[in-house]
Ligand binder design. Structure first.
Ligand code: CUA
Length: 337
């Protein structure tokens, strides 16, 4: 195939215009794990800053594209040294300096709004390989309720998250609510979350922490004040006793197989602290750190294949249990409302 030389005035990238348009369309992507779905005060600031940055980029791009068209189409001739110098100074120094100054000013103004924010509630979040421990604290720092991988916040109230880690560096990130903050061994990092819209938002560990880092998700539920209080007092309660014969059998399997050495089900002899608190497992939307929908079939699959599903996970695979025992265990866990 004969190669065609690039001619002045011709777009050097075939299809570059459609690509730009697709990018614009893609920027409309939003969802429960997206910075475009700003449902928190800090996320809204970040989004505002992003739009300013985007506007500056568009202005610079349009001006430089205009200069490009002018130099190649309107007046495709050799320019004087002086004219070329002006292009370089305006395009290479003046425009970027102006754009970066605007962004810096907007950024500093938005940043000062979040300094020393007061919070009405303290929540300790611990990053673990590969799940999240959430502990709601009272004013004396005592734990009122504990949950895992799924937590709730009241809308229009600020909650202070105390971010720690049990092992390696993780990073707590719910894009719809705020920016990411690392959880570093030996440190307590703080992040104030103040949701502005009710809804369900997904988060994700944002720092590589081992083989199953990508499967370390979480769910944040923003509720109105009443629903939140109801949720919190339900989470603080002990587990209800199993109600069906299958669940009763499941509880026996749970206690006899040693599950309680790692997991707590408050109100039963199971009081392990190594793994997620399972007292109200069935109230959560997802299991295995937001990896699967929470239903009995998925619980059964998870119990029998932990290592294959989440490489490096500390929970052993319970494939020595018979199908009936697994079904009973899944029924018991699926009943822990
Ligand atoms: Cu925890 Cu990545």
């Amino acid at each position: 195939m004969a190669e065609k030389d690039w001619q002045p005035g011709e777009c050097p990238l075939p299809g570059c215009l459609p690509a730009t348009f697709w990018l614009l369309f893609l920027s409309g992507c939003a969802g429960e794990q997206s910075t475009y779905t700003a449902a928190g005060v800090e996320a809204a600031s970040t989004l505002t800053l992003y739009y300013w940055l985007f506007a500056c980029v568009i202005v610079v791009w349009l001006l430089l594209a205009g200069i490009f068209v002018y130099a190649t189409r309107v007046r495709p001739k050799i320019h004087s040294e002086k004219g070329a110098s002006i292009f370089v100074i305006v395009g290479g120094i003046v425009l970027p300096t102006l754009a970066l100054t605007v962004i810096a000013i907007v950024g500093i103004i938005l940043m000062t709004q979040h300094r020393g924010q007061e919070a009405v509630r303290d929540i300790r979040v611990t990053g673990e390989q590969y799940w999240w421990r959430f502990e709601y604290l009272d004013h004396e720092g005592k734990v009122i309720a504990e949950t895992a991988n799924e937590f709730a916040l009241p809308v229009a109230e600020a909650s202070r998250m105390h971010l720690i880690t049990a092992d390696v560096i993780h990073s707590f990130w719910v894009p719809a609510l705020a920016g990411k903050v690392d959880m570093i061994p030996g440190r307590i990092n703080e992040l104030v979350l103040e949701p502005i819209r009710t809804g369900r938002y997904r988060g994700q560990c944002a720092e590589f922490c081992g083989a199953s880092h990508a499967l370390m998700g979480l769910v944040a539920k923003v509720k109105n004040s009443e629903d939140f209080q109801r949720w919190l007092s339900a989470q603080a309660d002990d587990a209800r006793p199993p109600a069906t014969p299958l669940s009763v059998r499941g509880q026996q399997v749970f206690l006899q197989s040693g599950c309680g050495a790692c997991h707590a089900v408050r109100g039963t002899p199971a009081n392990g602290r190594l793994g997620p608190d399972l007292t109200h497992l069935a109230s959560r939307d997802r299991i295995a750190a937001a990896t699967f929908a929470n239903d009995q079939d998925k619980i059964r699959r998870w119990l029998a294949h932990t290592g294959q599903i989440k490489p490096g996970v500390q929970m052993p695979t319970f494939d020595m249990l018979s199908d009936t025992e697994l079904a009973a265990l899944a029924a018991y866990l699926g009943d822990l409302q």
